[in-house]
Design a protein around this ligand. Sequence first.
Ligand SMILES: *Cc1c(COP(=O)(O)O)cnc(C)c1O
Length: 389
Amino acid sequence: MSKLDFITERLQSLQAQGLYNTIRTIESAVDAWTIVDGKRVLNMCSNNYLGFAADSRLCAAAKDAIDQLGVGPAAVRSIAGTMNIHLELEQKIAAFKGTEAALSLQSGLGVNLAVIPLLMEKEDVIFTDELNHASIIDGCRLTKAKRVIFAHCDVADLERLLAENKDIDKKLIVTDGVFSMDGDLAPLPDIVTIAEEYDAMVMVDDAHGEGVLGGHGRGIVDHFSLHGRVDIEVGTMSKAFGVIGGYVAGKAKIIEYLRQQGRPFLFSSAATPADVAACIAAIDILTETDQPVQRLWKNTHYFKEKMKKLGFDIGISETPITPVMLGEAKIAQEFSRRLFARNIFAQSITFPTVPHGKARIRTMISAVHSQDDLDFALQGFAAVREELL
Ligand SMILES: *Cc1c(COP(=O)(O)O)cnc(C)c1O
């Protein structure tokens, strides 16, 4: 017996349950066609909504930034790591989102770990959707506040729980904007209305909304015209923006508080000039044109329509996230392997990312897919189903 035997057992158990992740290796830029494990495949599962991950304008901005500012700031933001380029990005995010101010951090996960524990203390209460992203759950876990989980997108349940806890002074409602596994939208207008009634703060994680929803991809708040009524918007630069990094947008007061006391801001080094410059370029492009967003939606409608005609269960998504529901983890994994054999890269998603029995292949539509690409994917899905189910 060794003290690490428990790890061997856990890994074997994952394999036995069909929950062991095959982590494939990307060997080219992430684009419509990507080299994965040595072969060129149609990429149907990156979060590269707008094709910005390999966009030449973002790449050029990153290279320029390296030439001017080097590869890293070598400090946390609060000591010696805040460069002019970080401030420029923050101004652009605030302008893009239509908020007073914004703060950029290293990741979307980091943002949730920064904001929730900062705002919420022991005597407070957090209302959190049962399907919120893991980083929101972890942000809640870092506080001593009371946690109240409401049924998924269920405003009546939320209202009942708010009423039960109405005597608690400080309340925060937190929700994903777009739920990443099913692609459905939070009922944000109703959440905001009810929050106003109970004097609760509202925080929305727009990771899968920006670049996708609203005018020019400004996100879910813009989509529902809720400007000024959502206290905290957080999100990521790692999905539609194609780069890496997280942000918080909202009232200047909140941003200032984060700069003073947000732990991931204070204790983890600043994002690199190349990343930040690429993010700025992404926002500049979207501010100027909504063409990539239009193409994304055109492709989305096309693919979903055809998948439905083929008889696939593509769930309840209202966004380019298109889950192909397959049920058992082992079937979803085998389906994915067979797609890959047909040069289609679309990974299966299983427990614990989604509940047991709800395994799926989550396809992600991108503005850089051509109609031929989408047709190729459709044929592949139909052929594998023929073989397997
Ligand atoms: C992807 C995602 C994150 C994490 O963002 P990163 O920048 O990749 O750390 C956070 N929240 C939600 C809702 C997400 O979908």
